[in-house]
Design a protein around this ligand. Structure first.
Ligand SMILES: [Zn+2]
Length: 269
């Protein structure tokens, strides 16, 4: 009886393999044949220079003081206006909640759903006393050995400036988008985004804007992160983690984590 059952299962398994094999051969590849777009020439040296200028502005945000470094943020806005004249002549720019920016690039087809690209203007502070640990001064913006150095080159002015570089180059080429594109640049992302991103989102909601998709800061292109992969890997993040701030209180004999007691306290109060 058991033998019969096993044979029956084996036969079913063999049938499954046969069906999958036949279907695989019959269906063929579903890879879409997408023609590649013509590539715009990129002014690499110019883009690096402009990113360096952006990095030099110390746009450090603060959770408690909305006005902290407001002059640096305003200088940053002025720099963008100066360096991306076509963007500022064509796109509508709004200053939201004093320091955050929302650009609207109107599409030619009002029925096409809009999209948004996000980035943030602010950077995190330099921990006091660590200035000398930096290979280059934290806000140098210098270009050396093929890199732009300084806080924000990656996170996230590199992203912000790339978007505007692309928009400026596309405008120069005569490109007109079919769908409306929003560029949203908060000034307080590193401290929660309640003054910037949240206000921009509320504004878009009030205007009944429904976005087809949003592309945010994203991840890096990294070397050597996967064994056996010799080429750089572009990390694609498809979700956003939330966060939780907690205050933990417990009473126990004080000590050091390098010398833990044999038995940890049985329970938290
Ligand atoms: Zn960031």
């Amino acid at each position: 009886m058991v033998k019969k059952l096993l044979l029956g299962l084996l036969a079913l398994f063999a049938l499954l393999i046969a069906v999958v094999a036949v279907n695989t051969l019959r269906k063929g590849s579903r890879q879409l044949d997408v023609p590649s777009l013509s590539v715009l020439a990129v002014d690499e040296a110019g883009a690096a220079q402009r990113l360096g200028e952006a990095v030099r502005l110390q746009t450090i945000s603060s959770r408690d003081d909305a006005k902290l470094n407001a002059d640096q943020f305003r200088q940053f806005h002025a720099l963008l206006e100066k360096r991306f004249p076509k963007v500022h002549a064509t796109l509508k720019r709004e200053i939201v909640a004093d320091l955050s920016l929302l650009y609207t690039w109107e599409g030619s087809n009002p029925a096409a759903p809009a999209i948004a690209l996000l980035a943030h203007q602010d950077v995190v502070p330099i921990a006091p006393g660590t200035e000398s640990d930096w290979q280059e001064t934290p806000f140098s913006g210098d270009i050396k050995a093929g890199y732009v150095w300084g806080r924000g080159s990656w996170d996230d002015k590199g992203n912000l400036m790339s978007q505007l570089e692309a928009a400026e180059a596309l405008l120069a080429s005569g490109y007109k988008p079919e769908r409306t594109l929003y560029l949203a640049y908060g000034a307080d992302e590193e401290v929660g985004g309640t003054r910037g991103a949240a206000k921009i989102a509320a504004l878009l909601k009030e205007r009944k804007v429904r976005l087809d998709f949003v592309i945010d800061e994203g991840l890096l292109v990294l070397d050597g992160i996967l064994p056996g992969l010799t080429k750089p890997a572009a990390m694609i993040g498809v979700a956003e983690k939330g966060y939780l701030s907690v205050v933990l209180k417990m009473s126990a004999t004080p000590g050091h984590s390098s010398m833990p007691p044999k038995k940890a306290p049985a329970q938290l109060p």
